[in-house]
Design a protein around this ligand. Sequence first.
Ligand code: ATP
Ligand code: MG
Length: 467
Amino acid sequence: MSEGPWGYVAGRLLALLFVSALFGYLFGQPLAWLSAALLAYLGWHLWHLWQLESWLRRKLGEPPRDAAGLWGGVFAQLHRLRLQSRARKKRLARVLKEFRKSTQALPDAGVVLDKDNAIVWLNEAATRLLGLRPADRGQRIENLLRAPEFAAFLRAARTDSNLRMASPPDEAVKLSLQVVPYGETQHLLLAKDITHEVRLETVRRTFVANASHELRSPLTVISGYLDSLAGDPELADYWREPVDEMARQSERMRRIIEDLLTLSRLEASAPEAERDYVDVAAMLTVLRKEALARPQRPGVIELHLDTEAGLLGVESEIYSAFANLIGNALKYTPTDGRVSIRWRMEGEEGWMSVEDDGIGIPAEAIPRLTERFYRVHKGRDRTTGGTGLGLAIVKHVLQRHGGRLAVESKIGAGSRFTCRFPPGRIAAGPEATDGHTGGDGAVPGDATAAAAGSGSGSEAGRAPTSP
Ligand SMILES: Nc1ncnc2c1ncn2[C@@H]1O[C@H](COP(=O)(O)OP(=O)(O)OP(=O)(O)O)[C@@H](O)[C@H]1O
Ligand SMILES: [Mg+2]
C-alpha cells in the first residue's frame, strides 16, 4: 500500500490525541478525555471491520460500501482481487471444458492410469474401443481388459513399443495400444483403431505372396529352356552371349521371387519365433567354409567364437540372416580385403557381428538399408546380383527373435553389421575358456590359414550342421 493513507491515518490519530489533550487541559480530567477519544477511534475501526466481514460474506460482484481513508483503500483492493480471481476461475473452467470436449471428440481412446494401474480418467472412445465405462474409474485396468498379452505389455510400459490386439467389445476391430508415462507415476494408455491399416497390410501381403508364387512356375520353365539352350553345342555363336545373359537375369528373377516368398512367410508367421536350440558356432563354421569355397572372395575370412552359447530360435531363419550378412561382406569387399565374423556375449546379450574393410556405406543410406529393394551401390549391385531384399529379411528374422540389427559403416573404410539377441533367446553354454579375442577363439584355424584358403582345420571337431 502507498505511503499516502498511512500518513493520513497517523495525522488523524495525532489530531485526535491533540484535541482530547486540549479538552482535558481546558475542562480538566485529561485522562478521561483521552480514553474517550481512543474508545471512539477503536469503535470506528471495529465498525469498518464488521462492514468488511459482512461484505466478504455477501455475493461476489457486489461493490463494497464507500469508506474513507485506509478502509476505503482496503475495500477497493479486495474488490479488485476478488474480481480478478473470479475472471481467472471462469477462464480456467472454460479451458477445462474445451479440453474435455476435445478429448471426448478424439477418435483414439485415452485412459489415465495411476501408479497401481487404476483408471483415473477415460474418454468416450475408450468406451467404444476398449469397452471401459466411466463407472469403471478407480478399478484396476488389468481386471477389466483381461488379455494376457495386455498385462505383460502394461508391466513393461515401454513408450517405444506397441501392442496389437482385438477390441474387446468387437473382435473385428483391431487396435494398436501404446503406454506413455507422464507426471511422477501416472500413465496414459492410448488405443488407436488400425483395422483399415491391418486390412490393407493383409491385402498387400497376400498379393505379393500370390504374385511371387504364380511367377515361380513360368520362370522355372523359361530357366529350364535357357539352360538347355546354353548347353546346346549347336547354338550359334552370336546367340551364346544373349542366352547367357538371359540365363543370368532369369536366375536373378528367381532369387527375387524366392526372397519375396521368404519375406511373405516371415510376415505371415507368428510375431514370436519358436524356440529350438540353434548351435551358432557350428552354423558360423559352415558359413565360413562356404565363404572360403567361393572363387571370388576377400583374402582373409576370420571366425572368432568367443562363447559357446547357442540361440533359441528357428534355425533356417537365423541361417538365412547370417548368410546374407556374410554374403554382403564378401560381395562388397575387394579380394585383398578382410572379413571377420564374431559370436560373443556382450553382457547378457548374444552378439553376432560381421565386419569388413570393404567399400562401406554412406551415413545417410544406413537408416534405409533394411527397406525392401533398397540398394546403395546400384550399378555395382546389379552386376553382383543383389536384389536388395536380404537386409529386409535380416530385420524380420531379428524382430521375430526379439533382436536388433546395428550397422556401423564408413565409406571407403568398411562396415560392421551386428545382430544383437536378447538374454531370453540365449541358450547358455560354457563360456569359451581361452581369453584371447584377437585370435580365432574356439576355432583353431587362424587368419593366415584363412587367407591361404585352407579353412579345413577350422571346422575340425564340429558338426557341420546344428541339431
Ligand atoms: N557389407 C556391406 N558393405 C557395403 N555395402 C553393403 C554391405 N551390406 C549391404 N550393403 C548395401 O546395402 C544394400 C542392401 O543389402 P541387402 O543385403 O538388403 O541387398 P543385396 O545384398 O543387394 O541383395 P540380396 O541380399 O537380396 O541378394 C546392398 O545392395 C548394398 O548396397
Ligand atoms: Mg544381401
